[in-house]
Ligand binder design. Structure first.
Ligand SMILES: Cc1cc2nc3c(=O)[nH]c(=O)nc-3n(C[C@H](O)[C@H](O)[C@H](O)COP(=O)(O)OP(=O)(O)OC[C@H]3O[C@@H](n4cnc5c(N)ncnc54)[C@H](O)[C@@H]3O)c2cc1C
Length: 590
């Protein structure tokens, strides 16, 4: 019998696991995808090698990427779901942007913008209560002000040009712009000063080497121990910490991590009239063998799509019907400016500059390498613009109708991607019950019935649509103020990569799966510690910091309620994942 089983080693799972292991609990982490232990030799700079959704090393599927198919998920609308399987989960892809959620999405907020948010679905506790958990994760990862380059100076010129003030705090209460708060280590030594690979080896280079390939998984600087790689995806931060908890935490115990271990069922029993979780069945995805494990507490951290799937496949109770509902995605859009000058779009930290609009969402500048730049310009809900204009896209301060460029226009734009600046629109979107995960009628895969992810397409709430139109216009104005000679808006179809709140915590029992401690309302000893637990779309900021802060709080609640422990956040000092004690542990574990 384990103390705790954590399902999934992505953005959230390793956070809860590390905190509980540091306090001496016996924690087992089961991850359905692969564990890349030698990324310098297993990953590459070839974009298709990494990102091909069928056989890329970053896909949703089992380890044997050329021998076994990817795991299929049904998407019944024009959309794209971007999640990864493997230790590190989708943070292997992520850009490390770590802004805090906006204060206005928490209960008790009383600022002038208080009515501008999805006020029916706030967090069931206050922003003030959340701050120590934000600080804890910011110190652990660590989060720093992002390293910047040419594309950021172009972006800031535009932000100033449309009259936005700069924000110098981590808290957002007014329209403003700022450098990203980012979990990518600042360049040190030769990093950022040369592209000569020999000069960029650790320890002559530390932190971000400005390679421009955050998307492909971070293995820079080469020869650095895993916990000193620049990007703080959990495979480089919380996972090394959880595996070495006995070395740096007094009384700590290392986590047992099993990769290629897909949990297909959560077991429950009836105790004193309540349904209580007590263990799991997992499948070795290589051999097909099944195993069972028991635990005092089970934590789901399989992400927004797989948590509801596992819940439904396990036949767990769902009396209010909210399992899988309320899936938010920041209803992204994409606005691209063409410049006469060098912008450095493909170089450096992927995204280091943003604007925030309380109650509406935000904008962030996003740099991309060539194939992804092409991909980003091919997804549209409005069809084709320009040369073969089919006349459907909305008009606004961008050129012509929104839609995807094709033919000569696309060729011209992609001819020199270092003259482009991309802006991602992050809409503060409403929790809507019809955006949801259900079980698909397609055949099951080897892990059971598969998920179907339903999005309402363009048919979102009025507030969501208003926010998105406002932000797309702001993005176009910003690019013009920065000097763009041409601005296009893609009007993206749902691109689901900021996925949130499909097993949401909430104030009301009628529209939430989790209570205010993230324990399932209808299954005791079962918790959720990933993006699915979030109460809403956070006002627009990227979700991972808030998920990780919440997972820290959840670990503390579990430690107190089921293991007789004390609160630790606020009493102890957090330790950084780049501490030498973790480095030594990682080196020794090799
Ligand atoms: C291109 C890209 C860029 C991004 N950039 C940012 C950014 O800059 N900032 C930010 O905040 N967010 C960013 N995100 C989003 C970020 O990656 C997610 O917020 C984060 O990874 C979510 O963590 P999670 O634990 O909910 O899910 P995941 O990270 O997806 O992890 C879930 C894990 O659980 C495993 N799993 C699922 N089901 C099971 C099961 N039944 N048994 C065993 N294992 C299971 C999966 O294989 C996976 O490894 C980005 C995402 C993408 C795709």
């Amino acid at each position: 019998m384990r103390d705790v089983i954590v399902i999934g080693a992505g953005g959230g799972g390793p956070v809860a696991a590390k905190e509980l292991a540091a306090r001496g609990l016996d924690v087992l982490v089961l991850e359905g995808g692969p564990h890349y232990t030698d990324p310098e030799n297993q990953w590459s700079r070839y974009e298709n090698d990494a990102n091909n959704i069928l056989d890329g090393y970053f896909r949703v599927g089992p380890s044997e990427r050329f021998d076994k198919p990817a795991w299929f998920r049904e998407l019944p609308q024009n959309s794209f779901l971007w999640q990864l399987a493997g230790v590190g989960g989708t943070t292997q892809h992520y850009y490390g942007n770590n802004p805090r959620a906006m204060p206005g999405v928490f209960t008790g907020y009383d600022g002038p913008d208080r009515d501008a948010y999805d006020s029916a679905h706030r967090f069931p506790f206050t922003y003030r209560e959340m701050i120590p958990y934000f600080e804890w994760v910011e110190a652990t990862l660590p989060v720093q002000t992002a390293a910047m380059g040419t594309k950021e100076s172009v972006y800031f010129r535009g932000a100033e040009g449309i009259g936005l003030p700069v924000n110098t705090t981590k808290d957002v209460t007014r329209d403003s712009f700022r450098p990203q708060e980012n979990a990518i280590l600042q360049p040190g030594g030769n990093a950022g000063t040369t592209s000569d690979p020999q000069q960029l080896l650790y320890p002559n280079a530390t932190g971000c080497t400005f390679c421009g390939y955050c998307f492909q998984g971070c293995f820079e600087p080469r020869r650095a121990p895993r916990n000193l790689k620049a990007k703080r995806s959990t495979d480089n931060s919380y996972v090394p910490m959880m595996l070495t908890a006995d070395r740096w935490a007094p009384g700590g115990r290392p986590v047992t991590l099993i990769a290629d271990a897909y949990v297909t069922r959560i077991h429950t029993e009836q105790r004193d009239g309540e349904t209580v979780a007590g263990g799991v069945t997992w499948r070795d995805t290589r051999s097909g063998d099944e195993h069972t494990e028991d635990a005092e507490v089970v934590i789901m951290a399989g992400g927004c799509t797989e948590d509801p799937r596992l819940w439904l496949n396990s036949g767990l109770p769902n009396p209010n019907g909210w399992v899988g509902r309320g899936y938010t995605d920041h209803f992204f859009d994409w606005v691209v400016g063409v410049f006469d000058e060098y912008t450095g779009n493909s170089a450096g930290v992927g995204s280091s500059a943003r604007c925030d609009y309380p109650g509406r969402g935000g904008l962030e500048q996003v740099g991309l390498p060539p194939a992804l730049q092409g991909f980003s310009m091919g997804l549209s809900a409005s069809g084709v613009r320009g040369y073969y204009d089919n006349g459907r896209g909305p008009t606004g301060p961008w050129d012509g109708k929104a839609g995807r460029p094709v033919g000569p226009e696309l060729k011209e734009m992609l001819a020199d991607i270092d003259r482009l600046v991309n802006i991602l629109v992050l809409t503060d979107d409403d929790v809507e019950p019809d955006n949801r995960v259900v079980r698909s009628a397609f055949p099951a895969d080897s892990n059971g019935p598969i998920p179907k992810v339903i999005f309402n397409g363009r048919n979102r709430s009025r507030r969501t649509q208003r926010n998105r139109e406002f932000l797309a216009s702001e993005a176009a104005r910003l690019l013009r103020a920065a000097g763009a000679t041409k601005v296009i808006r893609l009007d993206w179809a749902p691109l689901l990569l900021h996925v949130q709140s499909s097993m949401r915590m909430g104030i009301s029992e009628d529209d939430s799966v989790l209570d205010e401690t993230a324990e399932a309302r209808f299954v005791k000893r079962l918790y959720v510690a990933d993006n699915a637990a979030l109460a809403n779309s956070l006002g627009g900021p990227n979700p991972t910091l808030t998920s990780q802060a919440l997972a820290t709080r959840t670990a503390e609640k579990i430690f107190q309620k089921y293991f007789g422990g004390d609160a630790f956040v606020g009493r102890e000092s957090p330790m950084s994942s780049i501490d030498d004690r973790v480095t030594e542990g990682v080196l020794a574990a090799r």
